[in-house]
Design a protein around this ligand. Structure first.
Ligand SMILES: Nc1ncnc2c1ncn2[C@@H]1O[C@H](COP(=O)(O)OP(=O)(O)OP(=O)(O)O)[C@@H](O)[C@H]1O
Length: 591
């Protein structure tokens, strides 16, 4: 007996036949993968089923954030779902592809070893590689006076606690492109601020003008944090002379720095023909930069400008395709194109969160569980079978504090209350998802206040902006609170990169309630306290990178709610993405 087909299941391509149909029925391919493959093969007259399958699997790979499909690995990567399927023999598959019209001009697909790409990503990867190689091939920056550099390094990185940072800064001074990596609180921003002071001093010694600096990050929130942290370091910790040498600067999102164009979302005003004028470009949260944005950035940076890419390669990669930072760290060094500068020591208060992050990163499972269970004041593990009461005790007081401040029209206090804590979920739906917990917190507020919260917009509703709105000046990732004004009307106060902005609720289209948020959306932001809800053990999203990203959002305290099994599973599963950039930079052809 055959299983009944659900005609309304949007993942099923009912018109598909043969192998594509089998892969669709097994849940490996969805309808969209098959539609793209069917159209491309039909347009170019390709009749070989294995080529259509490869094409559909490339769409699937890109959907999951990969740049390309690794034909040799895909069967293992699909795992159990594909165990009973008829996979093509690798050599025959490669031969069929090599002979396919899809790989003849205009070449919608490109084959590189075992890696199959859509043309666009192949070009972008090639461009990133070539631009990086070109930058590495330039003569190293001239150091006007070695003794002065040494004195500057000692002055700005004075004692043993700065040893790692001093080495990183010296590495950066001597090359055009630097990748500065480190986990939470390892002093990346401190190093950047002091490195900028050092570079400004070097420019002065060489009789050059004050360097023109661009500070940027993929999100408005991350850009604002970078600017604030660099400003703090310069004004509170460094000399007036250092601060004056640097002059004024503002951080902007990468999109804003490159200059948006009304006619394109992937092309910018600054490109190879109209380079950025800056002498130093610092990019924070580089793990969130997609391959496409890295390609656009590299073509826009002047060859003689320094590029400093800062980030944590162990975090989740960009939402869009690519794993650029991790590829750069592995590829640049192994390919001999420059040194990565790695910071390992956490400097933030008690280092429990840093220790936990390091144990997660290094997959030391027993240590991770030990730290979760005996992590002291800053790390908590909630293993209750039903954690609702414990969560209520944490979440409701915060929600009520936001509401009280919002009722009083005090947006500053409401936003401060909102920033105190974040509840992070892996999923949007399901019992451990954002939607469920947003509703749960709203129900608790109703029970506590007897306000039924009928309307979408209520006093104290915290919101997350989910798309850039250049007209309003608010960006994906900005957060806000709905407050009552003295005339009784509701306004939404948003903490944006341009300061606090205030809108009538009706003007905001792309926002969602923020009693809980997904870990993916929390990338690039931090809160004093973070509670992480581990998803059920069957969740495919549960990976080491997801868990690491979640716990490293916490500045003071992290609470993990889940089971030992869910933690062990998270550590065991990797969110790996297929890309060819690492191998290209190393220069070893794929096997
Ligand atoms: N060498 C040092 N000695 C003592 N404290 C330091 C040192 N370097 C940085 N710090 C302090 O440690 C804290 C974290 O530093 P910083 O913000 O530079 O780290 P980060 O790696 O940028 O952190 P994030 O996780 O936010 O990206 C700051 O309070 C900073 O002042």
């Amino acid at each position: 007996m055959t299983a009944a087909v659900d005609e309304f299941d949007s993942t099923l391509a009912l018109a598909a036949t043969g192998r594509l149909r089998d892969f669709n029925d097994a849940g490996v391919l969805v309808a969209a993968d098959i539609h793209v493959a069917s159209r491309l093969t039909a347009m170019l007259g390709e009749t070989d089923e294995s080529v259509a399958l490869a094409c559909a699997l490339v769409v699937r790979a890109v959907r999951a954030g990969s740049i390309c499909l690794d034909l040799a690995e895909v069967r293992d990567e699909v795992g159990e779902d594909g165990a009973a399927l008829a996979w093509p023999d690798l050599d025959r598959w490669l031969a069929a592809l090599a002979a396919s019209p899809l790989l003849a001009p205009p070449q919608p697909l490109r084959l590189e070893g075992n890696l199959l790409y859509f043309d666009r990503y192949w070009r972008e990867e090639q461009q990133v590689e070539q631009d990086l190689r070109r930058r590495a091939a330039r003569p190293a920056p001239v150091i006007p006076n070695e003794a002065a550099l040494s004195a500057g390094l000692t002055r700005l990185f004075p004692d043993a606690s700065y040893d790692e940072q001093r080495v990183a800064a010296e590495t950066a001074v001597r090359q055009w492109t630097t990748v500065l990596t480190g986990g939470p609180g390892t002093g990346k921003t401190t190093t950047v601020a002091r490195l900028l002071a050092l570079l400004a001093e070097q420019a002065e010694l060489a009789g050059q003008r004050r360097p023109w600096i661009a500070l940027t990050a993929p999100t408005g929130k991350a850009a604002a944090r970078l600017e604030e942290a660099v400003r703090y370091e310069l004004s509170e910790r460094l000399s007036t002379q250092d601060a004056e040498r640097l002059g004024d600067f503002h951080a902007r999102t990468l999109h804003m720095l490159l200059g948006r164009r009304p006619d394109s979302s992937t092309r910018f005003r600054h490109d190879r023909d109209n380079r950025l004028p800056h002498d130093i470009v610092v990019v924070d949260e580089t793990s969130m930069v997609s391959l496409t944005m890295m390609a656009r950035l590299l073509e826009a940076v002047r060859p003689g400008a320094r590029l400093i890419l800062v980030g944590d390669p162990d975090q989740l990669a960009s939402i869009e395709a690519g794993a650029v930072l991790a590829d750069l760290v592995a590829g640049l060094v192994a390919g001999g194109h420059g040194e990565a500068a790695e910071l390992r020591t956490s400097h933030r208060f008690g280092s429990e969160i840093g220790d936990l992050a390091l144990a997660v990163r290094e997959d030391r499972r027993d240590d991770v569980l030990g730290l979760l269970r005996d992590g002291g004041e800053r790390v908590h593990f909630v293993e209750d079978e039903d954690p609702r009461e414990r969560l209520r005790a944490v979440l409701l007081p915060d929600a009520l504090a936001i509401r009280t401040a919002a009722e009083a029209g005090d947006d500053v206090r409401a936003l401060a209350a909102l920033d105190r804590h974040r509840l992070l979920c892996a999923h949007r739906d399901g019992p451990w998802g954002v939607n469920h917990w947003n509703r749960t917190v709203e129900r608790w507020i109703t029970e506590a206040t007897e306000d039924p919260l009928w309307d979408t917009w209520y006093v104290g509703r915290p919101v997350l902006v989910t798309a850039n709105d250049y007209g309003l000046g608010i960006y994906n990732g900005d957060v806000g609170v709905t407050v009552r004004r003295p005339d009784g009307s509701l306004r939404v106060c948003i903490d944006s990169a341009r300061g606090r902005l205030d809108f009538a609720p009706g003007r905001l289209g792309n926002v969602e309630t923020l009693h809980a948020m997904t870990i993916h959306k929390a990338q690039g932001s931090q809160a004093a306290e973070v509670t992480v809800l581990m998803p059920g053990e069957e969740s495919r999203l549960l990976t080491r990178e997801l868990f690491y990203t979640a716990i490293t959002r916490a500045q003071d305290k992290v609470r993990v709610v889940g089971t030992e099994e869910s933690v062990r599973l998270a550590l065991a599963r990797r969110a790996l993405r297929a890309t060819g950039l690492r191998q290209r930079l190393i220069g070893v052809p794929d096997q």
